[in-house]
Design a protein around this ligand. Structure first.
Ligand code: CA
Ligand code: CA
Length: 218
C-alpha cells in the first residue's frame, strides 16, 4: 500500500513539474559511472589504482539496444589491451570504473555519454549514447608511473628508459606475480608501451615523455 501511495505521489509530482523541468534537473545532476562486480577472485594480489599498467579485455555495448560496438577479444587479433589507468588513455568512464580492481576480476561498467563519447559519438557509437563495458582484468602492474618506478627501471641512471630497461622491470613484476612469460609476450608489450610513450620515436622514453600525469590531474 505504501509503495502504491508513494508511486502515485511520484507520478503526481512529475505531472505537476512537467517534463521540461524534469529534463533540466536531470541535466544538472553530475554524470555518474555505475559499476557492477560480475566476478571477484578470492585472492586479490593487487588492487588497481591510478598510474598502474593494466592488461584487460573490454567489450563495449550501447545501453539502448545492447548492440556491441567494440570487442577487444576480436579486435587487434584478440589481444587484451594494455593501458595506464586513470590518465586518459581510455575513456574517462573506464578510468573511473576500473579503479580498485583485482587481477581476474570482471565488471560491468555503465558510462554516461559525458564520460564516454560525448555529444559527437564516435564510429558506431551515436551522439549522447550511454555505453556499457564488460571488462576483465588480467594484470595490474604497480606504479610504472611513479618517479620511484622510473628510477628503478632506469638501470644506468641516464634519465632515459630503453626497451631493455623497461622489459627487465616488467619481467621482475611478472615473476613476482608468479607468472613468468616468454620473449614474444614481452615484445608485444614493449611495442605497445613505446608506441604510446616514445613520442619522438628515438627508442627511449625520457623523463618528460614518461610524465603523462600532466594531461589529466584528477
Ligand atoms: Ca636508462
Ligand atoms: Ca623518446
Amino acid at each position: 500500500m505504501w509503495r502504491f501511495l508513494s508511486c502515485s505521489l511520484c507520478l503526481f509530482v512529475s505531472s505537476l513539474l512537467g517534463l521540461q523541468t524534469l529534463r533540466a534537473s536531470a541535466e544538472q545532476l553530475p554524470a555518474e559511472v555505475k559499476t557492477e562486480v560480475l566476478f571477484k577472485p578470492e585472492e586479490c594480489s593487487q588492487r588497481s589504482k591510478r598510474g598502474d599498467l593494466i592488461n584487460a579485455h573490454y567489450d563495449g555495448y550501447l545501453e539502448k539496444d545492447g548492440s556491441q560496438f567494440y570487442c577487444s577479444r576480436s579486435a587487434k587479433d584478440g589481444h587484451p589491451q594494455w593501458f595506464v589507468l586513470g590518465v586518459g588513455q581510455v575513456i574517462k568512464g573506464l578510468d573511473i570504473g576500473m579503479m580498485d580492481m583485482c587481477p581476474g576480476e570482471k565488471r560491468k561498467i555503465t558510462v554516461p555519454s559525458e564520460l564516454a563519447f560525448g555529444e559527437q559519438g564516435k564510429g558506431p557509437v551515436p551522439p549522447n549514447a550511454t555505453v556499457v563495458f564488460e571488462v576483465e582484468v588480467f594484470v595490474v602492474s604497480r606504479g610504472p608511473r611513479s618517479l620511484e618506478a622510473f628510477q628503478n627501471m632506469d638501470l644506468n641512471k641516464d634519465k632515459s628508459l630503453t626497451k631493455a630497461e623497461v622489459q627487465e622491470y616488467l619481467k621482475l613484476e611478472y615473476e613476482k606475480g608468479g607468472k613468468p612469460r616468454d620473449g614474444p609476450f614481452y615484445e608485444k608489450i614493449m611495442a605497445d608501451i613505446f608506441r604510446k610513450n616514445d613520442h619522438d620515436g628515438d627508442g627511449q622514453i625520457s623523463v618528460k615523455e614518461y610524465d603523462i600525469y600532466k594531461h589529466d590531474e584528477l
